[in-house]
Design a protein around this ligand. Structure first.
Ligand SMILES: C[S@@+](CC[C@H](N)C(=O)[O-])C[C@H]1O[C@@H](n2cnc3c(N)ncnc32)[C@H](O)[C@@H]1O
Ligand code: SF4
Length: 398
């Protein structure tokens, strides 16, 4: 029997059947790929999902953010220069539109909408070519009705708005006094444009990252979802590591790949994980009992046991996912200025710059397979993914 949340998820995916189908087939292929990769150390298919960290630029400074937060990775000056060139993405779109299967395209950042109408034109182009497209945004720039209209007109499939709580908490986390009101206007503008244009898409999703900064805000975010009549509310748990695991990983990648980069250090922030388990569990239970018109997911599942939640926040050595991560065999992550990586949050191993080659060549190339070989061997030997991966919940980001 389907529970209510699963039923609502399917109902929403039905509104955007192409997104639903692409997501479902991605999940099936991911499972198949991991099985195949364990024996062959390489992917069988071209990537089924392409994630662009299209820019490192962002005008907010959210406390928990690995790019911009308390331990953020880049200085303001560095970030100004860190975009993927749009001509490179157009070139890649032409390459991918000849593939037999069109991968799911996701845009994240930094804040993708700092690129304004340039990224909207790009999304329009990708939609015309038949791709399914999802955008993650803080929503602030969609305060402009004009921009919101243009975005809806492209036919984009899903927009994920990051909302951390009520006005006071959201603004405190996002480091400004204007973010909440602007993002709320942004959601309303998208909703109004959809209505005016009589469109079922984009699905409007609220994504909330839970940490000590907003552990009391679950009900408030759900209430915002009700008020704004969104399609989905997804709670992510804060992705973090600690200094010990960060250094352990650093030594491993140095030994395996002779690489000094350790971007996971920016996520070493255990103090933000000291949440009150009883309170969190009771609120989740309460929300699960509500008869809502949209799905509310926690790490993509409706129900989480108290011990699962406790383990997530207080026992970082206990992996969130026991099986081998399948991203290096299913998804390509492209980061500025156009480098192919294997993880969006922790890009440390780069295959090629797409300026000089095609994605297909890079994906099946020697450098990519060298990464995968050591990655699989490490998993087989240790029964775990790399130490910095223990709290990665990218998998639950729709
Ligand atoms: C890095 S942001 C980029 C897109 C856009 N600027 C935004 O805020 O949505 C992508 C998502 O990651 C979330 N996020 C930030 N720091 C995180 C962390 N440490 N763990 C999990 N998610 C995090 C943000 O709240 C947002 O929903
Ligand atoms: S808006 Fe997004 S990219 Fe910018 S600081 Fe916040 S989470 Fe990070």
């Amino acid at each position: 029997m389907l529970n209510r949340n699963t039923f609502l998820m399917l109902k929403k995916l039905f509104l955007s059947p192409r997104f639903g189908f692409t997501l479902l087939s991605l999940r099936v292929i991911e499972l198949f790929n991991t099985f195949y990769a364990k024996f062959h150390y390489k992917p069988l298919f071209k990537p089924k999902q392409i994630v662009f960290r299209i820019t490192e630029q962002c005008f907010l400074k959210c406390k928990m953010c690995g790019q911009r937060g308390q331990r953020g990775r880049f200085t303001l000056k560095q970030r100004e220069e860190m975009n993927i060139s749009l001509s490179l993405i157009y070139k890649l779109a032409k390459e991918m539109s000849k593939w037999s299967y069109k991968p799911l395209i996701k845009f994240t950042g930094g804040e993708p909408l700092v690129l304004s109408t340039d990224i909207i034109d790009l999304i329009g182009y990708l939609k015309k070519k038949g791709f399914v497209v999802r955008l993650s945004t803080n929503g602030v720039m969609l305060k402009s009705k004009n921009l919101a209209d243009k975005l809806v007109k492209t036919g984009i499939d899903v927009i994920g708005f990051s909302i951390d709580g009520d006005k006071q908490i959201h603004n405190k986390i996002r480091g400004t006094d204007y973010a909440f009101d602007a993002s709320m206007d942004g959601i309303s503008n998208i909703e109004e444009s959809k209505k005016r244009m009589k469109k079922k898409v984009p699905l409007i999703m609220i994504t909330t990252t839970l940490s000590t900064l907003n552990e009391s805000q679950i009900q408030k975010v759900v209430d915002i979802g009700i008020k704004k009549r969104v399609d989905w509310v997804n709670f992510q748990f804060f992705n973090f590591t600690n200094d010990k695991l960060a250094e352990k990983s650093h030594k491993i990648v140095k030994k395996l790949y002779n690489i000094n980069e350790a971007p996971w250090r920016c996520f070493s922030n255990e103090s933000m994980a000291k949440v009150d388990i009883n309170k969190l569990y009771n609120t989740i239970k309460k929300v699960n009992k509500m008869k809502l018109k949209f799905p509310v997911t926690f790490l993509s599942i409706g129900k989480l046991s108290k011990s699962n939640i406790k383990s997530y926040f207080y026992n970082i050595n206990n992996p969130l996912i026991n099986r081998m991560c399948f991203e290096p065999f299913s998804s390509a992550f492209i980061v500025p200025p156009g480098k192919v990586a294997f993880c969006i949050d922790y890009p440390f191993y780069f295959c090629d710059n797409l300026k000089h080659t095609t994605l297909e060549k890079s994906w099946f190339g020697e450098k990519a397979n060298n990464f995968r070989k050591h990655f699989v061997r490490y998993y087989k030997k240790n029964g775990k993914n790399f130490p910095h991966c223990q709290r990665c919940n990218w998998r639950f980001n729709y």
